[in-house]
Structure formats: structure tokens, C-alpha cells
Design a protein around this ligand. Structure first.
Ligand code: FAD
Length: 402
């Protein structure tokens, strides 16, 4: 956080207390949203969010900001649709301009199998509340005239699905709005405070060791993004998560008429235009698990080549910035939220390459779980226990980045 931001949003910093009812580890979107909804929906404000660097320094400040609910299984469609709805009113609710904008999301199909997949996506989305329609080449050309429908003669576009609620919001503004909303109601956010250990008594987690000293806790929530296996280790849990880097980049400015968000699973890239006019492009995770934040030429070359196959105008643009985040990838490409076998230790993880869109609903549901002690129906399918029970979710195709 810098002075400019602090003047714009009312963040009040305090000394850590000896103990809190709830300690949330990680000042990304999910940690802050959990605190925000605890305070606003349940009046629980004796809460601390501990962030090892500055809020939004993890993936919540590094993503490509796509919000959508066009997932492939009913459980996921319902959950992400809730998030789409909460995002749509977050600006009004927090009285902060998060630059939320509905753009519509076009998911392209280049093969007969992909056409069938997009038709099925449209059906299942609409049935479970997230309107999506199958579109042909003519409609695709109207939605995004910059597309080369012939795919450079290599990847012709045969059809696609169109999800009108697809949107973007400025990522760091989302983080700041949630932090401000929580802090205004009495939640403490402590930056530069890394959790280095968990304090356990009789098998229950009762606090955290931090670089600023020990803090007691009624409940500890891990919301640490790609670093979750370290927190899990501290609790004595082996989590089914691998951490993979994910890179993205922006180009210099293009005329402001690229309105939709465009994605192609076959070509493993997606693109949208930022409010400044840059083309913002993302792709699949790096194949090698790692905690490295390094960005590389290989990614740029390979991703740009694929993107230019469909968007030839990109040839005339230059890469302006490139960056990387580290993603908590679960085996079934779905989140993991809720209680663990360790008493007093909850997790919200497995957000991989898709967790920005989930921030409001993830926070809302985790807050409800903490407040009531009961797992809300909306997130019950995403429990950690599903792996041991052999009930993993069949939604890998929805990530669009593998
Ligand atoms: C390049 C890229 C593009 C993406 N694009 C999209 C997209 O378009 N749409 C989408 O929905 N999702 C996208 N994602 C994924 C999304 O950004 C993440 O899933 C989401 O931000 C996760 O939020 P989080 O709060 O769980 O984690 P984070 O935002 O990573 O926050 C975790 C925080 O925990 C802190 N922390 C870690 N260890 C400790 C510790 N020991 N003590 C204290 N604090 C600690 C970290 O510093 C960090 O600030 C993208 C990700 C990347 C990297």
C-alpha cells in the first residue's frame, strides 16, 4: 500500500491484539472478503487479517480480472453465479469504484468436439442460473469483429458459447474496497506480518506464531493462495495442492473497441482490453510446479503466437509488461473450502487460476461457516473430504488454462 492508496481509501492501522476470535492468514481477496462478510453479515469484528507483505501482493493483485459463471458442473455454476451477483452490487455496497464492467465472454470452439462441449456448456449454465447461449460464426463476428474466423487457416472458428454476464473489475480496487469495508467495522489488518507457525493445544489450533509475535485465535483460517501447503504443514496436514506459476502480460494501447472477453481452450489463451486500452492476455499454468515468480520469453513467444492466430491485429502491438503469480492447483481444478481434520483450522484454497471471480462468494460462504459452525450448502461439494471420499469434481475443462 502506498500513500496515494491510503488517502483514497480509509485504512486505519493498529497494533496487533493478544488474541482475536478469528485470525485469517493472507491479505488477498479471499482472506479480506471473509473478514468483510464476517463483519457486515454477522457482526463479527474481533477479527485479524495477517498479511506477510502488503494486501493484494499475491494473486489477487496479479490476475487478469475475468469474472464469469460459465462452469461445467451444476455445483460450480451455482457457486460462481452467486459470486457474479455479489460482484455486480459490490460497488454500490462498498461505495467504492472497483471498475466492474460487464463485457460478455465468448468461448471459441475450433473442433466438432469443442462445438459439442460449448453447446453442453450453454445448456448446463442456463439451466443452473448463468445464462449462456451457443453462437455461430455470424454472431461471433458481430460480438468480436477483430477475430480471424479462419484462425489463420489452422484453427478455424466453428462456433462458441457466449456468456453475457462475463465481466472484469480492477483487481487491487476489489482488495482495497474489501479491506476498507472490514476495517471500518473494526477488523484489524496487519501487513508485514508473516505467520511462521501454528500454536496447538490438545490437537486444536489456538493461535499463530508471527514475525510480530504470538497471536491467540478462536479459529484460524488459511487464505494464503499458492503458499497453502506451508500453512498445511504447520497444521500437520498434507493438502492435495501443487503450486504452479501462471503468467500474463499486457500490450501497449489499442483503440478502445475490443469489447468482449475472448477465450479459446484449444489455443490456451484468453484476451480482454483494460480500461487503459492495453490488451490483457493470459494462458495456461507453467507445467513445472514451483514457487517462482519469474516471467520468461518462452511464455511470451508461445502465447503471443497462439493469440495472433485468432487476433491478427496483435502483430502490430508491443508487450508492455509481463508478470507471474503462483497458483494453488487442486487435482480436480476446483476450490477447497471449509473445515479440516484439525480442530480450529479452516482453509480456503485450490483457487488456482480461477479464484478472483470467486472472491465475494468464497468470502461470504466462509464467513457463514465461521459464524454458524455449519458448512453452507453452496460450498459443501468443495470440502477437503471429497478427495478421501473419492468424490472429486469433473470440471477441469472449465478452467480453460490446462
Ligand atoms: C496471472 C494470473 C491470472 C489470473 N487470472 C484470473 C482471472 O482472470 N480470473 C480469476 O477468477 N482468477 C484469476 N487468477 C487466479 C486468482 O488471482 C486467484 O485465484 C485469487 O486471487 C486467489 O486469491 P487468494 O486470496 O486466495 O490468494 P492471494 O491473493 O494470493 O493472497 C494470499 C496472500 O497470503 C499471503 N501469505 C502467504 N503466506 C503467508 C504467511 N505465511 N503469512 C501471512 N501471509 C501470507 C500472500 O502474501 C498473499 O498476499 C489469476 C492468477 C494469476 C497469477
Amino acid at each position: 500500500m502506498n500513500e496515494f492508496v491510503e488517502q483514497k481509501v480509509a485504512l486505519t492501522w493498529t497494533e496487533p491484539k493478544a488474541t482475536y476470535d478469528v485470525v485469517i492468514v493472507g491479505g488477498g481477496g479471499h482472506g479480506l472478503a471473509t473478514a468483510y462478510y464476517l463483519a457486515t453479515r454477522h457482526g463479527i469484528t474481533n477479527v485479524a487479517v495477517l498479511e506477510r507483505k502488503y494486501i493484494g501482493s499475491g494473486n489477487s493483485g496479479r490476475n487478469t480480472t475475468v469474472i464469469r459463471a460459465n462452469y461445467g458442473i451444476p455445483e460450480a455454476v451455482r457457486f460462481y453465479q452467486r459470486s457474479v451477483e455479489l460482484y455486480a452490487t459490490l460497488e454500490q455496497e462498498t461505495d467504492r469504484w472497483i471498475m466492474h464492467k460487464e463485457k460478455g465472454l465468448l468461448w471459441l470452439a475450433h473442433t466438432e468436439a469443442a462445438v459439442r462441449a460449448e453447446r453442453a456448456r450453454a445448456e448446463i449454465n442456463t439451466k443452473f442460473g448463468a445464462r449462456t447461449e451457443y453462437v455461430g460464426r455470424k454472431e461471433i463476428a458481430e460480438i468480436c469483429p477483430q477475430l480471424d474466423l479462419d484462425g489463420a487457416g489452422v484453427w478455424p472458428i466453428l462456433g462458441g458459447s457466449y456468456h453475457p454476464a462475463g465481466a472484469t473489475a480492477r483487481h487491487d480496487r476489489v482488495v482495497w474496497a474489501l479491506a476498507e469495508g472490514a476495517m471500518k467495522r473494526g477488523v484489524h489488518v496487519h501487513q508485514n506480518t508473516a505467520v511462521t507457525g501454528l500454536v496447538k493445544e490438545n490437537g486444536r489450533v489456538v493461535g499463530v506464531e508471527t514475525t510480530q509475535g504470538r497471536i491467540g485465535a478462536g479459529v484460524v483460517v488459511s487464505a494464503v493462495g499458492g503458499h497453502v501447503t506451508s500453512l498445511g504443514n504447520m497444521a500437520g496436514l498434507r493438502l492435495p495442492i501443487r503450486t504452479h506459476p501462471l503468467q500474463a502480460y499486457v500490450t501497449n494501447h489499442y483503440e478502445m473497441n475490443f469489447d468482449a472477453i475472448v477465450a479459446s481452450t484449444s489455443l490456451l489463451f484468453y484476451a480482454s482490453q483494460t480500461a487503459r486500452g492495453e490488451m490483457l492476455i493470459g494462458a495456461e499454468i507453467d507445467p513445472q510446479p514451483s514457487y517462482s515468480y519469474a516471467s520468461g520469453d518462452h511464455f511470451l513467444q508461445s502465447c503471443s503466437f497462439r493469440a495472433m492466430t485468432l487476433l491478427p491485429f496483435l502483430r502490430n502491438l508491443r508487450v508492455l509488461r509481463q508478470w507471474t503469480g503462483v497458483c494453488d492447483m487442486s487435482p480436480d481444478y476446483s476450490p477447497i473450502m471449509g473445515k479440516t481434520e484439525v480442530d480450529g483450522f479452516l482453509i480456503t484454497t485450490g483457487w488456482g487460476t480461477w479464484g478472483f471471480k470467486a472472491i465475494p462468494a468464497g468470502g461470504e460462504q466462509m464467513a457463514q461457516l465461521i459464524a454458524t459452525g455449519e458448512t453452507p450448502e453452496l460450498i459443501a461439494p468443495f470440502s477437503l473430504g471429497r478427495f478421501a471420499a473419492d468424490r472429486t469434481l469433473a470440471d477441469r475443462g472449465s478452467a480453460g488454462t490446462h
